[in-house]
Design a protein around this ligand. Structure first.
Ligand SMILES: Nc1ncnc2c1ncn2[C@@H]1O[C@H](COP(=O)(O)OP(=O)(O)O)[C@@H](O)[C@H]1O
Ligand SMILES: CC(C)(COP(=O)(O)O)[C@@H](O)C(=O)NCCC(=O)O
Ligand SMILES: [K+]
Length: 254
C-alpha cells in the first residue's frame, strides 16, 4: 500500500492506494487547533471503519501547503513508518526537473498536479484546481511547468465578500439561471458563480493562446463539481489528480 497525503488550506486529504487504485480516501479539516492526537484519533476511527490494516505500507508521501500543519501530520504517521516518510520539499522538487520554476517557492500541490497531469496525458496540459485557491498550472510536452496562475478560490471569494460587508451573508455556491438576480442571495450567486465561469473560461483561453499547441485541460479540486456550465471545457475531471501526482513523484524518484 502507498499512502499519499495532501495538506491543503481547507482539507487534509489522505489516500490509501492499493491494487492499482485509491481504495480509501480520508478528508479531515486543515485545522491548526487540532493536535497530532486528535488527527490520530480520527485516522484510527477511519482505519477501523474501513477495515484498513497498516502493516503493508510501502511508502508514505506527504505534500503540504500549510507549513504549521506539516509537523503535526508527520507526527501522526511517523509511528507507522518511522522516519521513512517522503516529504515534498524544495530539495525533492529540484530533483524532479520541473522547468523554470523556483522549487523552494512552488506549492507541493501544484507540483503534484503538474506531475500527475503529465503522467496521465504525456503531453502539454493545463490543470485547473478548484480549492481554497483557484489555480491554473500548465505543463509543456516535456512535462515541465510553463507557469502558474493563482486566484482566490470561489468559496474564499464568497467568504471574503461576506466578511467585508455588513449586509452580505454567506451563500450556497450554486449557479443561478441568470446573470442578474432579484434578491441578495441570487445577486451574489450571479456575480460570484457566473463571474467565476467567465474567469475560468478566459484564463483557459488565454493560457492556451500563450502555450500554443493543443494542451489537455483537466479539472480537479473539491469545488470543480459545482461548475456544471464549465464541464465542456474540460477533457477530464479528476478529484484524485493531486494524490496521483504525489504517487507519481515516488516512481520518478525511485
Ligand atoms: N468529496 C469531495 N471531494 C473533494 N472535495 C470536496 C468533497 N466534498 C467537499 N469538498 C470541498 O471542496 C472544497 C475544496 O477542497 P480542496 O480541493 O481539498 O481544497 P484545498 O486543497 O485548498 O484544501 C472544500 O470546501 C471541500 O470541503
Ligand atoms: C496556491 C496555493 C495557496 C494553493 O493551495 P490550496 O488551494 O490547494 O490550499 C498553494 O499551492 C501555495 O501556497 N503555493 C505556494 C506559492 C506558489 O505555488 O507559488
Ligand atoms: K488542492
Amino acid at each position: 500500500m502507498i499512502i499519499a497525503i495532501d495538506i491543503g488550506n481547507t482539507d487534509v486529504v489522505i489516500g490509501f492506494y492499493e491494487k492499482e487504485e485509491w481504495r480509501h480516501i480520508l478528508r479531515m479539516p486543515s485545522n491548526l487547533e487540532m493536535d497530532a492526537s486528535e488527527y490520530e484519533k480520527r485516522l484510527r476511527v477511519f482505519l477501523l471503519e474501513e477495515g484498513i490494516e497498516l502493516f503493508e505500507i510501502e511508502k508514505v508521501i506527504l505534500g503540504s501547503v500549510v507549513p504549521d500543519l506539516t509537523p503535526v501530520i508527520l507526527e501522526v504517521f511517523d509511528q507507522f513508518k518511522e522516519g521513512q516518510m517522503v516529504l515534498v520539499d524544495g530539495e525533492l522538487l529540484q530533483k524532479l526537473s520541473l522547468g523554470r520554476i523556483n522549487p523552494y517557492e512552488l506549492g507541493a500541490d501544484l507540483a503534484a498536479n503538474a506531475v500527475g497531469v503529465f503522467t496521465m496525458c504525456q503531453q502539454s496540459a493545463i490543470v485547473v484546481d478548484f480549492g481554497t485557491a483557484l489555480t491554473f498550472t500548465s505543463v509543456n510536452n516535456q512535462g515541465e511547468i510553463v507557469g502558474v496562475a493563482i486566484a482566490p478560490g470561489v468559496q474564499t471569494a464568497m467568504k471574503s465578500l461576506s466578511s467585508n460587508t455588513a449586509k452580505l451573508p454567506e451563500i450556497p455556491l450554486k449557479i443561478p439561471a441568470k446573470a442578474l438576480g432579484n434578491n441578495t442571495v441570487e445577486a451574489m450567486q450571479a456575480g460570484i458563480m457566473q463571474g467565476y465561469v467567465g474567469l475560468v473560461r478566459h484564463m483557459v483561453a488565454q493560457v492556451k493562446a500563450e502555450m500554443g499547441g493543443q494542451p489537455k485541460v483537466i479539472a480537479t479540486g473539491g469545488l470543480s463539481f459545482i461548475f456544471e456550465p464549465l464541464h465542456d471545457l474540460f477533457d477530464e475531471m479528476d478529484v484524485n489528480l493531486t494524490l496521483d501526482g504525489l504517487r507519481a513523484m515516488l516512481s520518478k524518484l525511485a
